[in-house]
Design a protein around this ligand. Structure first.
Ligand code: ADP
Ligand code: MG
Ligand code: MG
Length: 210
């Protein structure tokens, strides 16, 4: 069954709902090692994305994702705004003019998103950022599809890997962003951006296993 723009809309709506429901949790994670705004930043951004969805609902998947990215850049701010914004814009560029996508296209879109985040933020795995959730998610997604799993099952594996990746940031020393200013005091706290990435993967899993 191909993925259409309706699925993308469902994913963005589920993402906005999950971020909203976990807004205070994301903000308190950021209070420990940052400036206590990550939940509020993303909730504002995804609410703006949802408000703009009706203007692009009849467009191709690439346009919806690019519009999402530009809306996030202009409303989220901080470090995560340009990073997530670039991720969605790059995913949209990878799917330009497409009205349908396959499981392989989901992999391509997530790879483009990761490439965008790394191009902008220069974070390597193990530096206590959103990259530490997205890299294991992509690995799990590729492995599950290679093993013949359905897209729904594969994206569920990716979401579980993202959540494990977010939890694995707890003992890490932050090397990027505000948390890096804390040095050793960043150890022992879960990274807010890795946690929000895990919620975005969960929203994708909810969409792909409907
Ligand atoms: P700010 O730190 O500007 O207040 P947010 O609180 O919204 O921005 O986002 C913080 C999150 O951004 C961090 O938890 C981390 O996951 C992510 N982040 C920060 N810098 C980088 C980077 N260079 N590469 C990847 N992710 C980063
Ligand atoms: Mg912050
Ligand atoms: Mg901030």
């Amino acid at each position: 069954m191909p993925i259409t723009v309706e699925h993308v809309t469902h994913f963005l709506t589920a993402a906005a709902e999950l971020i909203h429901a976990h807004r205070d949790e994301l903000t308190s994670l950021d209070a420990a090692i940052g400036d206590a705004d990550h939940g509020a930043n993303l909730d504002r951004g995804f609410a703006a994305v949802i408000a703009r969805l009706p203007t692009v609902a009849d467009k191709d998947i690439g346009t919806v994702l690019k519009t999402t990215g530009m809306t996030i850049v202009s409303t989220v701010g901080g470090a995560s705004g340009p990073l997530y914004g670039t991720a969605f814009v790059r995913a949209g560029m990878a799917l330009a003019d497409r009205h349908e996508m396959s499981a392989e296209d989901v992999v391509l879109a997530l790879e483009a998103a990761l490439d965008g985040i790394v191009a902008r933020g220069k974070a390597q795995p193990g530096e206590k950022t959103m990259v530490d959730a997205l890299v294991p998610a992509l690995e799990a997604l590729r492995a599950a599809l290679a093993a013949g799993r359905s897209l729904g099952r594969a994206v569920q594996a990716a979401a579980a890997a993202a959540e494990a990746g977010a939890q694995a940031t707890i003992p890490m020393l932050a090397m990027k962003g505000r948390a890096s200013y804390l040095g050793e005091r960043s150890i022992g706290h879960q990274d807010p951006g890795a946690t929000s990435t895990a919620y975005l993967l969960r929203a994708l899993a909810m969409t792909c296993s409907r």
